[in-house]
Design a protein around this ligand. Structure first.
Ligand SMILES: NC(=O)c1ccc[n+]([C@@H]2O[C@H](COP(=O)([O-])OP(=O)(O)OC[C@H]3O[C@@H](n4cnc5c(N)ncnc54)[C@H](OP(=O)(O)O)[C@@H]3O)[C@@H](O)[C@H]2O)c1
Length: 233
């Protein structure tokens, strides 16, 4: 099977690429920064430079790739967080440009060459339903993706469409937070979830592999969040 993983050069996407290679699949991992390709040490996969926010490049990329069986969308933005009173709406717009639109644009561009018996997997975020002050913007971006999943699963059948929804996961996404502050934040967040730890990229990669490989799963939003929703139960 051929996997294309957009945002497959770091964190959750990279762990998924490695797991798919180990399982014997052909893997193409795409990202913007070639420096990350070398750092990724992704043996047995092809890495391709792509800015998924550029729709022309996205069209050309999928035309050049040809046939694929599974599309995994791990692209992330980092904008759009903050308390609503202080939230800069341009920052929130950038958040949609960095995550919502690239994931949707890749899903649409892949359709002509996607195996009808294959799958599309979006990667959302539990901020969509975490009800945490300061995350209304992130909730909007991720809830928009989640809302589309069951409808796309119905429209695009027999192609399966799912979303995997991470809680807090220790990936390079957090590298913008200074190390000491990140350690403290992770300890705090770990204490708030049922499993008592933050996630690792492999937790999410195995959830992604599950929804891509299990041909009885479609239209599903799979939370892989350490039990965030049990916080107040
Ligand atoms: N880590 C968490 O705690 C967490 C929590 C909830 C949800 N998530 C979601 O999980 C997904 C994966 O995040 P992660 O933590 O694995 O982040 P990450 O380590 O920063 O990886 C993000 C990947 O996306 C690529 N990317 C970003 N913008 C791109 C673009 N325009 N075109 C092509 N590639 C692009 C990055 O490479 P380049 O920068 O080189 O392009 C990188 O390969 C994201 O959707 C994120 O929102 C993560």
């Amino acid at each position: 099977m051929k996997y294309i993983i957009i945002g497959g050069t770091s964190g959750i996407g990279l762990a998924t690429a490695k797991m798919a290679v180990e399982a014997g699949h052909a893997v193409v991992s795409a990202g913007r920064d070639p420096a990350k390709f070398a750092a990724a040490q992704l043996v047995g996969a092809t890495t391709v430079q792509l800015d998924a926010s550029d729709s022309g490049s996205v069209q050309r990329f999928f035309r050049a790739q040809g046939h694929l069986d599974h599309l995994v969308l791990c692209v992330s933005g980092s904008s759009g967080a903050g308390l609503f009173r202080e939230l800069d709406l341009d920052d929130l717009r950038n958040g949609f440009e960095g995550k919502f639109w690239p994931q949707i644009s890749c899903a649409k561009a892949a359709l002509p060459t996607l195996n009808p018996a294959g799958s599309i997997t979006f990667v959302g975020a539990i901020s969509s339903r975490a009800l945490k002050p300061g995350t209304a913007g992130l909730a909007a971006i991720n809830a928009a993706l989640e809302a589309m999943v069951p409808i796309l699963a119905s429209e695009l059948r027999p192609t399966r469409v799912n979303a995997v929804v991470p809680g807090v996961v220790d990936t390079p996404w957090w590298s913008r937070v200074p190390e000491a502050a990140k350690k403290e934040l992770f300890e705090q967040l770990a204490s708030e979830v049922a499993v008592g730890r933050v996630g690792n990229p492999e937790d999410l990669a195995s959830a992604i592999m599950f929804v891509t490989q299990n041909t009885f799963v479609t239209g599903t939003i799979l939370d892989c969040d350490g039990g965030w929703k049990l916080k107040n139960a």
